[in-house]
Ligand binder design. Structure first.
Ligand code: E4P
Length: 218
């Protein structure tokens, strides 16, 4: 499973990249707002240079098929590795299929059902993003949706849409996403740092250093 950073915060992206485990970035209008980004285009261009090989998702912020296609075409010019986020709606399907014909990659976002994921794949989405945490928030098992989408996609070898487990809130989500075989999980830097943490590792390091010092005197 690949790991993407789910943020528009340039400093966090630079910090995360140093870990050597990040291969892409996802953004959305709320993350842009949280990061205080006023120029979305410049931010995406900068992120695209920090991770030149990885897909960088930028979301359309207009409604209507025509305006969404037009904005997606403009965003696609920002950098060669940009992927356009389009919502899981009827209009979104039209946009996805039009963009797929132009070889513009789409990350179909705000996915909350297997049917939405199936339709996005048929329309030609390169990625589907089921929002795990937001389903958990309303009392459902969000990760079950990831598992179900993977099962359905596995039934059809012609489907090559990659599943991005999104709206990841804690390390247990990552474990379940990886066990389910999600292609990608996108998460905040905070969750990646929580993934690496274990108290027994910290205790072990302290003890090893103390034991070595007791015999070496250093
Ligand atoms: C990523 O593509 C999504 O936009 C993001 O994971 C949503 O996360 P949230 O539900 O925590 O806002």
């Amino acid at each position: 499973m690949r790991i993407f950073l789910d943020t528009a915060d340039i400093e966090q992206i630079k910090q995360g990249v140093k870990l050597g485990v990040i291969s892409g970035v996802t953004t959305n209008p709320s993350l842009v707002s949280q990061a205080g980004v006023t120029d979305y285009e410049s931010a995406i261009k900068e992120i695209s240079t920090i991770i030149p090989d990885g897909p960088i998702s930028a979301e359309v912020v207009v409604e209507g098929v025509g305006p969404m296609i037009e904005q997606a075409r403009q965003i696609a010019k920002w950098a060669p590795n940009v992927v356009i986020k389009i919502p899981s709606t009827a209009e979104g399907l039209e946009v996805i299929s039009a963009l797929a014909k132009e070889n513009i990659k789409v990350n179909c976002t705000l996915c909350f059902s297997v049917n939405q994921a199936l339709l996005a794949a048929l329309a030609g989405a390169a990625y589907i993003s089921p929002f795990v945490g937001r389903l958990d928030d309303i009392g459902q098992d969000g990760m079950q949706l990831v598992e179900d989408i993977l099962d359905v996609y596995d039934n059809y070898e012609e489907i090559d849409t990659q599943v991005i487990a999104a709206s990841i809130r804690h390390p247990e989500h990552c474990v379940r996403a990886a066990m389910a075989g999600a292609h990608i999980a996108t998460m905040p830097l905070k969750v990646i740092m929580q993934m690496i943490q274990h108290p027994l590792t910290d205790i072990g390091i302290t003890r090893f250093l103390a034991d070595f010092k007791s015999v070496s005197g250093k």
